[in-house]
Ligand binder design. Structure first.
Ligand code: HEC
Ligand code: HEC
Ligand code: HEC
Ligand code: HEC
Length: 306
């Protein structure tokens, strides 16, 4: 009996120690970044007191949106125009300075993950960046962030609209019109109905789990098994990724290779099309509060789906 109690108590202690170790380790990481930020800020402003600012997890939270974004705990300089030449995570956000288009989406209201997806609550690099295991919405960075603009700017799907702020998405949309994706796929945003291929109107709102359950990663070259990688490699060579099983012994198991054409796309074209298909959103899933939508008539086009 005593033995059991001793054993139980010591295993409990081990668990507590482990938890403390992990906690301290994670805390140290953001603290290092934040204190470096204040030291830089002290230099820029010439006020040494700033370097002594107490360190805290900072969070952007808006009642209507109800997401807690802690990215600014490390990315403390995003809204500081003086930090344009700093390295990440201190750098001024692109297109923020001089009333750039990002400033039309005030960080204190919009937060970060509405555009970047990812894990807003996490405060470590490994849980926010790169490919994070079991995370339903991976961080969007570089051109992929443009796949989020259509959550609110529905007019971007019109053929005659071109926004330089979302150049990669515009290129993908243009290609999609030119290559006639809507001839096979139902794309609600283009007003096409399905013929010989699955509907893709809501592809960008699928979770990684939902996507992985119905997509085969066994022919994907990259080790990063996430939606955007599958789509990219599929655009580069559809038959390689979906070869079917035409030679199965049992005729019942035989499936033909995909009929999706291989257009010999360049890497940039495949990226543009990937951004485009990820921009195809289900408004009901995204559920963006009205207060966050621009006041333009084109929204009637997607409010009907709510
Ligand atoms: C623990 C500190 C920390 C947190 C929290 C953090 N970042 Fe970062 N971030 C970094 C560092 C360091 C870099 C630069 C090094 C790198 O690329 O990993 C970076 C780079 C980036 C980049 C550019 C390069 C890339 O990896 O795509 C983006 C975009 C980004 N962060 C967005 C975010 C968003 C959005 C959040 C919140 C969901 C966030 N970060 C939370 C530290 C952090
Ligand atoms: C309105 C959408 C939007 C919001 C909100 C937003 N971002 Fe971004 N972010 C972008 C876009 C678009 C880019 C890519 C810009 C480019 O590469 O030109 C980007 C790029 C970045 C980068 C990489 C910068 C670089 O130099 O490569 C970081 C880091 C970043 N964002 C952090 C954040 C953080 C932190 C927040 C919240 C405080 C945030 N973003 C909010 C759209 C947004
Ligand atoms: C959560 C919704 C939301 C997302 C996501 C979003 N925006 Fe916006 N955007 C807005 C709102 C709201 C405005 C302000 C419109 C106004 O002032 O009437 C705006 C304004 C703009 C403007 C200024 C246009 C004008 O008419 O004033 C541009 C350009 C813009 N956004 C580009 C982008 C790009 C590019 C992305 C993706 C990286 C993006 N937005 C993502 C909601 C959003
Ligand atoms: C000739 C008909 C045809 C055309 C044209 C076509 N596709 Fe496809 N596509 C298919 C078929 C069939 C599938 C299902 C098998 C597969 O995954 O390859 C598919 C699969 C897809 C998928 C994966 C969907 C999912 O949920 O599994 C995406 C995304 C996609 N196509 C996008 C596009 C885009 C973007 C274009 C235009 C550049 C396009 N397709 C043109 C026939 C077509």
């Amino acid at each position: 009996m005593v033995k059991h109690i001793v054993f139980g108590a010591s295993s409990f202690l081990v668990v507590v120690q482990l938890a403390l170790f992990v906690y301290n380790f994670e805390t140290a990481e953001w603290k290092t970044y934040q204190s470096a930020y204040y030291q830089k800020l002290a230099q820029v402003t010439g006020d040494p007191e700033i370097a002594k600012t107490s360190l805290n997890v900072t969070q952007i939270w808006d009642k209507t949106l109800d997401r807690a974004d802690r990215c600014t705990t490390c990315h403390a300089g995003v809204n500081n125009p003086a930090f344009e030449d700093e390295a990440q995570p201190y750098k001024t956000h692109p297109h923020f300075k001089n009333d750039g288009f990002i400033s039309k989406h005030p960080f204190e209201k919009f937060g970060c993950t509405i555009c970047h997806e990812g894990n807003g609550r996490a405060v470590t690099v490994s849980k926010t960046h790169g490919v994070v295991k079991h995370l339903d919405r991976q961080l969007l960075s570089g051109p992929y962030v443009q796949a989020a603009c259509t959550k609110c700017h529905y007019e971007l799907f019109s053929r005659d609209v071109y926004w330089p702020e979302a150049d990669v998405l515009m290129k993908g949309k243009q290609l999609a019109y030119e290559l006639g994706c809507g001839a096979c796929h139902a794309i609600r945003q283009f007003g096409t109905t399905p013929t010989v291929a699955p509907e893709i109107s809501n592809l960008g709102s699928k979770t990684e789990l939902a996507f992985s359950l119905v997509h085969d990663y066994s022919h994907i070259e990259s080790e990063d098994h996430v939606t955007r990688v599958w789509e990219w490699e599929h655009f580069k060579d559809p038959i390689k990724i979906v070869p079917g099983n035409p030679d199965a012994l049992d005729p019942k198991d035989r499936t033909p290779p995909t009929i999706m054409p291989n257009w010999d796309l360049t890497d940039d074209e495949a990226t543009a099309l990937t951004v485009f298909v990820l921009s195809l959103r289900d408004p009901q899933v995204e559920n963006i509060p009205r207060a966050f939508l621009p006041k333009v008539p084109s929204h009637e086009g997607f409010l009907q789906y709510r």
